[in-house]
Structures are given as structure tokens and as C-alpha cells.
Design a binder for this molecule. Structure first.
Ligand SMILES: Cc1cc2nc3c(=O)[nH]c(=O)nc-3n(C[C@H](O)[C@H](O)[C@H](O)COP(=O)(O)OP(=O)(O)OC[C@H]3O[C@@H](n4cnc5c(N)ncnc54)[C@H](O)[C@@H]3O)c2cc1C
Length: 289
């Protein structure tokens, strides 16, 4: 397995910002993943995993770590009865297609979530009333301390949160799905995708929802819209004119530009609603609000 150096994180994140990672590897099996982790440990480098980078903001100065992106067998998908077995690096799109072709439903909610199986576990990603905790049977978690299969309860899946630590890698997952006619799955996915396109900036460079929805009736997006943030720009970063809980890279944004928008959004939400918004996007490297 090749280890590359100084790989720009801007290439690995959907927002397209972020400086270099000291080391970068694409392990294709659990053995290669363990070797990569050991290689990092020998050099005092912490391990960080990047899936599709669809919920990540990486520091402009980069990160002194070994970044891994799962590949090969650890990005594959297979169907076994009503179980879907996937590598942590398998994309949601591929999992959904394989499930649909096998006449298995349950993953439709993830049709507009552009991430991987491992990223879904780590974030307990979700939409339209469902999330990873509804389908996950167990996940194989690998770290310098060893590896083991954990249940959703052991993983502590809650609203956009899990207990998966930054140095732990979700290498494999198993989902339990349910038999469903292919035509029904297709219809439901088409409907969800259309709903998504009508309300969110689906064709822009973003990292998905910036903030978690606070408790109460008012979602983060509507709250920030009421704060007058739609279209507010800083450097190359822009609060989406379509949905105020999205930040777009409108050209040559830096992570610091994005962070500036997050700070302003939190300031205004606190001032106007007395709410301390918690960011959903994960920070990689030394970024603070
Ligand atoms: C247009 C758009 C729409 C989105 N819509 C939604 C939505 O509806 N609902 C929703 O919940 N999210 C949404 N997101 C956010 C994002 O897609 C999800 O959080 C997704 O699950 C992240 O997966 P990823 O593989 O891209 O993870 P990354 O963004 O690469 O990483 C996110 C976190 O997961 C960790 N991670 C990634 N892979 C692994 C692994 N194998 N093992 C351990 N840790 C790992 C990373 O270290 C990081 O901490 C959206 C994003 C975009 C850009």
C-alpha cells in the first residue's frame, strides 16, 4: 500500500477547502488498514478517516496526521439475504443501488446523503425521519487498540452523534433491510430527491448542514434565515441563498472564510434567539469557533 505525503485535503472534501495531510493512505483490506495504523503509530502520527469528505471542514494549514480513505474490499458491497454487508468506504449511492437491485428497502432515506457507510455510522447521518441507527446491525471498528464488532447501542448512536472516536475507523458495516418492490423504492427515491432539490443547494460545493437543529420548533436553517443570513458572504464563502444552514464555496473560499460565516451565524442566533447553535460539520485540524 502506497503512503503519499502532503496530499491537499481540499481534494478530499466536498466543500473543496483544506491544506495538506502529512500522510495519506488508501487501505483496501483490514490487514492493510492495521498496517497503516501501525505505520502512523511508529511515526507518532494520529489516524484520521475521510469518507467522501461531505461533512468535513479541514484546517487551511493542513493536519499533521495520517489520513486514511478506505478503498478496495473496504469500499465493496455485498447482499446476503436481507443483510447488506459493506466496507466502511462504500458510498451510500452504491449501497442504495445494490439494495434496490436486490429488492431491499430501508436505505431510501439516504438517497440524498452523499457520504460513505463509515461516515454514516460516525455521524449517525439521517434524513426524512430515519437515520443509521434504524438499519445498522453492527460495525467493525478498528484502531491502534485492536478491532471489534460493535452494536448501535455500543456505538452510542444519537441525533447526528456517535461515540466513534476520531482515531477509530469503521472498516465494515452490516445493515438489516426489508424486502420491498423495486418500483416502490425507485418512486420513493425520486420523490425524496425532488424534495431535496427544491429546498437545498444540491449542485454547489458544500459540507451539508452546518449546524444541528436545536431543540424546539425552529430548525437551524429557518433560524438563520430569520437572522438575515441568506446570501451573506465572507471571502469566497457564501451562506446559501437557497437554505441558510448551508455554506457554499462560491469560488476560492478558504476554511477560515467558512469558519467566519459559522461564527457570525452563531453570534446572530444567540443575539436574536438566545440559542447556542452546535455545529454538525466535523472539524479536521486545529479549527475553533
Ligand atoms: C449536499 C449534502 C447534503 C447532505 N445531506 C445530509 C443529510 O440529509 N443528512 C445527514 O445526516 N447528513 C447530510 N450531509 C452530510 C454528510 O453527507 C453526512 O454526514 C455523511 O454521513 C458523511 O459521510 P462521509 O463519508 O462523507 O464522511 P466525512 O465527511 O468524510 O467525515 C465525517 C466524519 O466521519 C468520520 N468518518 C468518515 N468515514 C469514517 C470511517 N470509515 N470510520 C470512522 N469515521 C469515519 C470522519 O473522520 C469525520 O469525523 C450532507 C452533505 C452534503 C454535502
Amino acid at each position: 500500500m502506497e503512503i503519499e505525503t502532503d496530499v491537499p485535503l481540499a481534494r478530499l472534501t466536498t466543500i473543496g477547502t483544506g491544506g495538506p495531510a502529512t500522510a495519506f493512505a488508501r487501505p483496501g483490506s483490514v490487514t492493510e488498514l492495521e498496517e497503516a495504523i501501525a505505520w502512523g503509530a511508529e511515526r507518532g502520527l494520529e489516524v484520521r478517516t475521510v469518507g467522501l469528505g461531505s461533512n468535513l471542514l479541514a484546517a487551511d494549514e493542513g493536519i499533521d496526521a495520517l489520513v486514511v480513505r478506505l478503498a478496495g474490499d473496504l469500499a465493496g458491497v455485498e447482499i446476503d439475504g436481507e443483510l447488506l454487508r459493506a466496507g466502511g468506504g462504500a458510498t451510500n449511492a452504491v449501497c442504495l443501488h445494490r439494495a434496490r437491485d436486490a429488492g431491499l428497502g430501508g436505505l431510501e432515506f439516504a438517497c440524498a446523503i452523499p457520504g460513505t457507510a463509515g461516515g454514516g455510522v460516525r455521524m449517525n447521518a439521517g434524513a426524512y425521519g430515519s437515520d443509521w441507527s434504524a438499519i445498522l446491525v453492527r460495525a467493525l471498528v478498528v484502531s491502534a487498540e485492536g478491532s471489534g464488532w460493535l452494536t448501535p447501542e455500543e456505538l452510542g448512536l444519537e441525533y447526528r452523534h456517535s461515540r466513534v472516536r476520531a482515531d477509530q475507523v469503521v472498516a465494515r458495516v452490516e445493515y438489516r433491510l426489508v424486502p420491498k418492490p423495486v418500483a416502490e423504492i425507485k418512486l420513493e427515491v425520486a420523490d425524496l430527491v425532488a424534495r431535496r432539490k427544491a429546498t437545498q443547494p444540491t449542485n454547489k460545493r458544500t459540507f451539508g448542514s452546518v449546524f444541528k437543529n436545536p431543540p424546539g420548533e425552529l430548525g437551524a436553517g429557518r433560524m438563520l434565515e430569520l437572522c438575515g443570513l441568506k446570501g451573506f458572504a465572507l471571502g469566497g464563502a457564501l451562506v446559501s441563498p437557497r437554505h441558510a444552514n448551508f455554506v457554499e464555496n462560491a469560488g476560492d473560499a478558504t476554511s477560515e472564510d467558512c469558519l467566519g460565516l459559522l461564527r457570525e451565524a452563531r453570534r446572530r442566533a444567540h443575539q436574536q434567539f438566545g440559542v447556542d447553535l452546535e455545529h454538525e460539520v466535523v472539524f479536521l485540524g486545529s479549527l475553533t469557533l
